[in-house]
Design a binder for this molecule. Structure first.
Ligand code: R5P
Length: 297
């Protein structure tokens, strides 16, 4: 594998433990100002140091993410439809490779809609994007199975993930399902699991745990973090599973402990403090936070 591609991939899937925690904040590209993500800048600021990478659109990256961050950006480059439009699956590539490079993207993300009216268009777009991105050593993450009408069972997800990998996607993002192991086994590239709609915190931690146990490299979670009443506590609890090998009880205990401690200091400017920008928690072995560090299960 080319050095650049390998280097960018290792920014997203941490080589220390082959795990990844992505924070998804790209929802506005078809949902507009969705609940609790009305002000992305305020949402992103306190969470940025706890994720390995941020999944974002170029508009939000430019306006709401400090350019001084060392958090890698996974740039969503597809779009074109909205939640009130005719068909969510009618997407095209909306960002040029030049602009993605200008934004220092560590990976490009786009959706494919297998089984939908626009299956052909989105799958061909994925293949074309991989060809372009590969030229510059930029990995592509394919998002599958977004859309209410699509079945999210093992059979469908295996099909969609495999098609994404066959087109050359370097990472595939999909949903968790029963027999998830089978989806992972038939996909030759790493799978990362989307959080889905907001569920109780413990259930979201269970989803994280099950995903990892089923063979996913991690989660790309959005609503279950920033729609929580306590987003920082939640992302730290998720992180304790992804990188700290915590089980669900340990992670939920951490969540409750962080909630009971409350925010330490108000950062009124919504800018990360100097201390926060250091991001010491990227290394799972450096357990300097309040995270549990249980032995591997
Ligand atoms: C959906 O198309 C977006 O790419 C989101 O990034 C994705 O659904 C993950 O976010 P959530 O955890 O809120 O489902």
């Amino acid at each position: 594998m080319d050095w650049g591609l390998q280097n960018r991939l290792s920014q997203i899937i941490k080589p220390q433990d082959n795990r990844a925690l992505m924070l998804a904040v790209d929802h506005g590209y078809f949902l507009g100002p969705t609940e609790k993500l009305e002000n992305p800048k305020n949402v992103i600021a306190p969470l940025l140091k706890y994720c390995d990478s941020l999944m974002v659109t170029r508009g939000i990256q430019r306006t709401c993410v400090p350019a001084t961050t060392n958090t890698p950006m996974v740039l969503r480059v597809s779009g074109g439809s909205s939640i009130i439009g005719e068909d969510l699956s009618q997407e095209d590539i909306t960002v040029s490779i030049q602009d993605a490079i200008r934004l220092n993207a560590s990976a490009l993300a786009m959706s494919i809609f297998v089984g939908s009216k626009y299956e052909y268009q989105t799958v061909v777009n994925l293949g074309k994007l991989v060809s372009k991105a590969q030229k510059y050593g930029i990995p592509v993450l394919a998002v599958t199975a977004v859309g209410k009408e699509l079945g999210k069972d093992e059979r469908y997800l295996s099909l969609a993930c495999r098609i994404a990998a066959e087109q050359g996607a370097h990472i595939v993002k999909t949903y968790y399902c029963e027999n998830f192991e089978k989806v992972v086994q038939s996909c030759p590239v790493p799978i990362i699991v989307a959080g889905g709609k907001k569920i109780p915190e413990r259930d979201a931690l269970q989803l994280t745990y099950n995903s990892i146990k089923g063979g996913a490299v991690g989660v790309d979670m959005g609503r279950n973090i920033w729609q929580s009443e306590h987003p920082v506590a939640m992302i730290r609890a998720v992180r304790s599973i992804v990188h700290g090998n915590a089980n669900v009880d340990q992670a939920y205990d951490l969540y409750k402990k962080l909630v009971s401690e409350g925010p330490k200091k108000k950062n009124k400017s919504n800018k990360p403090t100097l201390k926060e920008s250091k991001k010491p928690e990227n290394k799972p072995t450096q357990n300097k936070s309040n995270k549990p560090n249980p032995t591997k299960k």
